[in-house]
Every structure is written in C-alpha cells, then in structure tokens.
Design a protein around this ligand. Structure first.
Ligand SMILES: *Cc1c(COP(=O)(O)O)cnc(C)c1O
Length: 819
C-alpha cells in the first residue's frame, strides 16, 4: 500500500487528526514486536480483552514509527513530532481503511470460510496457481476481524489474484468481512460444530457464514454426506459438491497405498486427479480446489491437473522444542513465503529476548517478484538483532552483499549439515529459527539439532491455552487481574515456555512454588511479577536479587525475611500475605491478625502487595456454606489489615473452579491452575474449554505371539488366543503409572481403543493390537489428547487429573504448538 497519512485521515470517517510531518505509509502494524522498519509504517493501537495497544506507542516510536491510529490521547501517548488519528474504534478504522484499499483493485478474489480446512484450501490454491498468477493471500490463518483487514492491506498493483480466509465467532462479523473481501468466488469448506459459542444453533451459524456469499458470482459448498448440509436447500446457482448425482459437482474416489484417485464430474465433463493423501478431509479439500480453479479459469485446468499429485502437506504449526546445547529450536518449514517469514521472525524475537538468535533460512518458494521479496527479507533481517544467519540456496547468493549481521552461506542443505559442527559453540543457549521451503528438507536440520530423547512427547497447544484464558477473562470484570499458577513446572507442561505464552496473552501475575523456579523464569526474560509460594530461608537472597515476591504465611518466615531485607537496607519490598480461612494448610489464622498488623506496621522493609487465601472445596456444592464462610473471612480480615496499615492491597481467593461458581469472590484477582489446561469438574464449563495437553508416543516393536505365551514381568498376562502385541516406549518412569497396566487403561490408535496388557515396565508398556490391521512400527499412539482421556486415566490411577499431569516426568519431550 502507499498512502499519505492525510489520505488515510480522509478515508476513515469521523477521525480527528494531528499531523506534523508525514511520510507515506507502506505497512500497518498492530503489534510493535513485528515492526522492523517504522519509518513508513502506521501503528494501530487496538484495545482488546487481552491487551491495550496504547501501552506500546512509545515502543513503536522507538522503532521509528511516527504515524498512529489511537482511540484516545493523553500525556503518556502524545509525542511531539508524531502524527495521530483519533478514532472511536481502531478496529473499525482498520476495517474502513481495508475496505477503501480493496476497492482500488479490480482483480479476481477468492474468499474462503468454513469451520475447518480454510487454510489448507487457501494454501493449496496458492500452490496450484502460483505459476499463473501473482497471488496475495492471508498470511497463516489471518481470518479475523483484524486479520482480514491486515491481509487485504497487503494487496498491491502487481497482484493478479487474491485469496483470503474469513473466520467468524460471533453473529454479524461476516457482514464486515464480506464487504472487505468482496469475493468473486466464495467457498464454504467443511462445516462443523466447532467454535459455536456465539451462535444459537447450526442453522444460525450456517446462515452467518453464508453471508460471505451475498455478492459473489460463484458460490461453492462442500456438501458431501454432511447430514445437516444435505437437508439444506441452497439456491440453484450454488455449486454443491457431493456424491449425490443431483448436485452440480459429483465426485467419487478410491485409494491405493498412499494415493487417492478422484473422479470429478462437473457440467457433464469428467476429470480425474490424484493426490498424495488418503484422508477424507484432504480429498474434499482437493476437490474444492479443483472446482474453484475450474470456475476461476477453466483454460488452466489441463495444466493444473498434474500438480495435484504434488500437493504439499500443509501444516501451519510452528513448533518450539528443546535443542542440543541448551538451545531452543523454533521450526517453521511448512510454508516459506515472505509473510510467514515476517511472522516467524517476530516469534523468534519475542520468545527469546535474552538469548543469542540464530536464523537458518533457505530460498523462498515464490518465484514472481523475487527481487522485491528478497529485499524485504533483507530489511527484516538487518533490523532484527540476530547473532548469526545461515543462508541456504542459490537465490540468496545474489543478496548477501546487503546483509549486515554475521552470516554464512551454503548452496544446499547437505553442505550445511556437513559443516554443522563448526557451529556448536554458537548454538549454546541460543534460539534458532529454522525457516525453509519444503524442497530444502529442513526437517533434516531439525533432526540434527534436536535433543535426542525418546519418542514420547507431551504436546502443548498454546492457542487452546489462550482460548481457555479468554474464557476466564470473560467471566471476570475488566479490572480484575489474572495470576497463573506455574507450580510443578506448570502442572507438568514446562514453565519457561508456558510463561512466555502467558505473558504474550497478557496475564498479570505468575506464581511458582519454589524460588529457583522463579529465578529460571526471570533469567529467561519473563517480565511479569512472580510470587513464590514456598520461600525457603536459604533462598531469600536469591529471591531479593531477582525481584521475586514471597508469599508470607507465618511469623517465622516474616521475621526472617524482614531480617534479610534489613541487612541490605531494602525498603518497601513487596510481599503477599497468606491467610488461612479454612484450608488449614499454610497461612495466618484469624487470631494472629492483630500481631501480624503490628509487625507489618513496625517494619517499613516490607510492603503488602496482596492479601489472599485459598479455598478448600470450591468445586463442591455440598461445601458451599463453607466456601461462603471463607469468602467472608477474607473480606473481613483483609479489610481490617488494610485499615490498619493504611493502604489497599490486591485481594484474591478464587482458584479455577471458583471463578464461575463464586462471582462475588473475584475480589481484585483470580488464580488459575487446572482451568488453563481446559479441565473442569463442571459439565457446562467443561464444554466451553479446550484441551491443551496431549501425551503421545509411537509403536517401537510389533510381535505376533501364540496362545499361552506370557507378556512382561512376572508373566502377569497369559494370552488366551494368538495375538498381535505392540511395545510402546512409555513406562512408569515417564509418569505412566503401573496402575494402568493389565487392561486397566486403553490407549488410542486412530479411532481404536487399545488395552494395555501385562505389567507396565519402567520405560515400556505392552498393548494388545490384535485385529488392528494398519498399525505399524512408528505408528502414533495417543495416551491422551482430550480431557475425557485425562479424566479416564486419572480414574484408572485412582487419582485426580492434577496428579496425572504433574506425574509426567521431565524426560518426556515437551513440544509447544502454535497454530
Ligand atoms: C495450585 C493453586 C491454585 C490453582 O488451583 P486450580 O485448582 O488448579 O485452579 C490457586 N491458588 C493456590 C494457592 C494454589 O496453590
């Protein structure tokens, strides 16, 4: 884009402008961490439930930004030589700008909505059409009220086709997106019941999604066997894809080995495509792509058909793993284009502020406009504070003279791998971003860099975590804070990476059990305040040095802590007072409060940041009276303390289960633990939450054994018939309890539940896969991937989900997934 700031002021209705000296605007940002060169950028300050963009105006200014869209101005925001546009609603303003921008282009545009498959269809259309069009498409899955405008603003005069996703979670959102995208071809991919909070039922949701079709000429619907869609009658002009001869496009398929052969009948013509996938969703999405291209430009069809057999696996996952030499590996080698490069670079920056940053980058996939794309990448690289870069590929050779940071160059991935040992010292404690086009096979580099642990992994789904945090955020008032409990390495999920994800979401406080956990977080660059629940006396100096805030639960701890502060002459150090209102674990009892007040008043070394207590049974109806009594007691005691010490503090008592059940107990902050991971005792609440943790392993060996053979230690299982047995590399040392052996628990392979057989060993378990044909060595076995499984596992272990999660041992590799 290329607008002057005054032009933008005229485009956005009802805006007030303050203009000093203006530049042309080429790009728009809503997150300052993504800004590489601010000079020609516009920063839009967006206020959301999660965060307030106005807080980052100065940060943007430091990065060279002089043009801002804001919702208000005050002394904190106003900077002398910056230009401002003050609007009522900055998201609306961004949408107005995108709407205007879209009208400047008269090229075909494809709009894609649906519950699943939007991004796959978009990426496949891109793959199939990129040799014939210069395509502008949504980066990753930018499909929201903010993502769509940002995507549209990327349109420039060199583009000959646009492909954009539209996702909605609330009624009326599609009206806005439809106007901005103005699709000529509109597509509904798979329609499912996911994310339906905002809609009264499926009918309502479908009606809203189809608003994307209001003005488009070609409307394509994946109908298939979907019973709900089969019953719908769509206008005759709609192109429904199914196996029903009455529909416009009729497709059948057969599969062989890893291939599907698909016959497509369209307007009495017959075509056949082959794709390298066999799952239903891929088949449907491939047909949808075919139909879209047929209607976009039927002349291209013969040329495009062969390309279907090379469709890439689209994974939008960015994975973060522990690497060798204490490094962190961020791998994102599924797409390689300039937009996703920019996004991955911003992850690199924000996830490792205190580490050396290394980038390993291949040539881009794009072939059109190469010079422009490489120059943009050079700019991003030169502004990124990288300690080293490895370029791989012939194209990069042409641009190396423009690169400022240290770099090395290899023409192929293999050449780099042969020389990789030169880098071991640089890799130590660094963060490494792997970003490469598919043909460069960066998974080989990842394999080399990753710490070799066994094949059992705990996957942590960060978007689901954010979803759950949002759920709780919506239950509490705007000014109420959130503290997240990261004790026991984040309920087993790993604390540093979790803390980054929480910080990114915008919570207010972290709590850990022990000082060294807090130190680890501080040293990793976490800026949130951290409460330590069990401050040990021999860790006081560490606590103070690292600015950690202790929970004070007894006079003994209080006196010793004050002593430690006095020794260093420190004043007003934040502490958190724990009251025992009924849990009868740690904390001051009612009759100790007078004395507590005396001590705190006498010693200005400490400052009471918060006063809190913990519920004993907030999830249980039977104990509601008890819980209400605890609330009242915290209220009374904290009031008394505040009155006597003469200042107010943050008061808090709710754990996850209490947030929905006791709105009167939110006070100033809630403390979330198990709820973040999507686990609730309340059936209604459980439906609103998403599962965060999945424990997975693979088949290590398969054996065909005879009736009468015994399995494992102590010959505990004797086969009653000839059986097929698999060994999985997970045992009680990994947290897979011995209680789960001998048919007491079922793991999963695809849709099959599979019994354990024999005793669980320290590192391994045997499972009975008799009758399951397609299972092989290396097949993925799921221990749990939903909350139901976790609860089922807890029941088999005769415990609660908390113990299931915290028992997963540190040798199980943690993989953080960002979608
Ligand atoms: C663990 C803990 C929590 C969180 O409890 P959940 O039930 O997991 O939400 C809250 N407060 C304190 C003091 C805790 O120790």
């Amino acid at each position: 884009m290329n607008y002057t700031f005054s032009q933008i002021a005229n485009i956005i209705p009802h805006s007030k402008k303050i203009i000093h000296q203006e530049n042309n605007i080429h790009s728009v940002y809503i997150d300052t961490r993504q800004i590489s060169n601010g000079e020609n950028a516009l920063f839009v300050a967006i206020t959301s439930a999660k965060n307030d963009g106005h807080k980052y105006i100065h940060h943007a200014y430091q990065k060279g930004v002089r043009h801002f869209i804001v919702q208000y101005l005050n002394d904190d925001i106003l900077i002398n030589d910056a230009n401002y546009l003050v609007v009522d609603d900055s998201i609306r303003a961004l949408q107005e700008l995108a709407l205007y921008h879209r009208k400047q282009f008269n090229i075909p545009v494809i709009g894609i909505t649906g519950s699943n498959g939007k991004t796959i269809v978009k990426e496949w259309l891109y793959f199939l059409l990129k040799d014939d069009y210069n395509i502008c498409r949504s980066p990753k899955s930018f499909n929201s009220q903010i993502g769509v405008p940002l995507s549209i603003l990327n349109l420039d005069p060199s583009h000959t086709l646009g492909i954009f996703e539209a996702g909605i979670s609330l009624p009326r959102e599609m009206n806005v997106l439809e106007k901005i995208i103005q699709p000529d071809i509109a597509i509904l991919t798979h329609f499912g019941s996911a994310h339906s909070e905002g809609f009264s039922d499926d009918n309502h949701k479908l009606k809203e999604k189809l608003k994307l079709f209001q003005n488009s000429k070609i409307n394509i619907i994946q109908r298939y066997q979907h019973s709900f869609l089969q019953q719908q009658s769509f206008p005759l002009s709609f192109i429904c894809i199914s196996e029903n001869p009455k529909d416009k496009v009729v497709a059948h398929h057969s599969t062989q080995n890893n291939l599907s052969i698909i016959d497509i009948n369209i307007e009495k013509k017959k075509y056949q495509i082959q794709i390298p996938f066999v799952n239903e969703a891929s088949i449907k999405n491939a047909i949808t792509c075919f139909v879209s291209i047929y209607y976009l430009n039927s002349n291209l069809i013969d040329k495009i058909i062969p390309k279907f057999s090379q469709l890439p696996a689209v994974s939008l996952r960015m994975e973060i793993k522990k690497g060798k030499f204490q490094s962190t590996i961020i791998s994102d080698y599924y797409n390689s284009d300039i937009d996703s490069f920019e996004i991955s670079m911003s992850y690199l920056k924000q996830y490792s502020p205190n580490k050396n940053k290394i980038l390993i980058l291949s040539d881009f996939e794009e072939i059109k406009d190469a010079e422009k794309i490489y120059k943009k990448a050079v700019q991003i690289i030169n502004h990124s504070d990288l300690s080293h870069i490895v370029f791989i590929g012939n194209e990069w050779k042409n641009y190396l003279h423009l690169i400022q940071p240290h770099y090395s160059y290899y023409s192929t991935t293999y050449e780099f791998i042969d020389n990789y040992f030169h880098y071991s010292s640089q890799i130590y404690d660094s963060a490494i971003l792997l970003k490469g086009a598919r043909k460069f096979e960066f998974e080989k580099i990842a394999h080399l860099l990753e710490q070799k642990t066994h094949d059992t992994i705990l996957e942590i789904n960060i978007p689901a975590l954010w979803h759950n945090l949002n759920y709780f955020k919506n239950l509490i008032g705007k000014n109420i804070k959130i503290m997240c409990m990261l004790k026991a390495a984040g309920y087993g999920s790993g604390s540093v990476e979790m803390a980054y994800a929480l910080q990114k979401f915008g919570i207010d406080y972290i709590a850990v059990a022990y000082a060294d956990e807090g130190v680890e977080l501080k040293q990793a660059g976490i800026q949130l305040p951290i409460m330590v629940m069990l401050p040990e006396k021999n860790a006081f100096d560490e606590i103070i040095q690292n600015g950690l805030e202790p929970e004070i639960y007894s006079f003994d701890i209080l006196h010793h802590f004050i002593e430690a502060l006095d020794k260093q002459g420190i004043q007003q150090y934040p502490i958190h007072i724990k009251l025992d209102t009924g849990m009868h674990r740690l904390g001051f009892l009612s009759d100790e409060i007078d004395m507590l007040i005396n001590v705190v008043k006498k010693h200005s070394a400490v400052f009471v940041k918060s006063i809190f207590s913990h519920f004993a049974a907030s999830e249980n109806d039977e104990h509601n009276d008890y819980t209400l009594h605890q609330i009242k007691l915290l209220q009374q005691l904290s009031e008394k303390i505040e009155k006597n010490i003469g200042y107010t503090t943050i008061k808090h008592i709710c754990n996850s289960a209490a947030v929905k059940r006791f709105p009167q107990a939110h006070f100033d902050m809630i403390r979330l633990g198990i709820g973040m991971y999507g686990i609730s005792d309340n059936t209604e609440e459980q439906k609103q939450l998403q599962n965060v943790l999945s424990l997975k392993t693979i088949v290590a060996q398969i054996k065909y054994l005879k009736k009468g053979d015994s399995i494992g230690y102590n010959r505990n299982a004797l086969l009653e018939k000839d059986s097929k047995i698999a060994v999985i590399p997970i045992g009680y040392a990994d947290g897979f309890s011995r209680k789960l052996g001998n048919q007491q628990f079922q793991v999963k392979y695809k849709n099959n539940l599979i019994n354990t057989i024999g005793n669980v060993c320290m590192d391994m378990t045997m499972i009975d896969i008799t009758g399951i044909e397609d299972i092989q060595v290396g097949s993925e076995i799921i221990i749990f991937d939903n909350v139901q499984d976790i609860k089922r596992m807890a029941a088999s272990m005769n415990t609660i989900p908390y113990e299931v999660l915290t028992s997963i041992s540190q040798r199980v590799k943690r993989v953080y997934v960002y979608e």
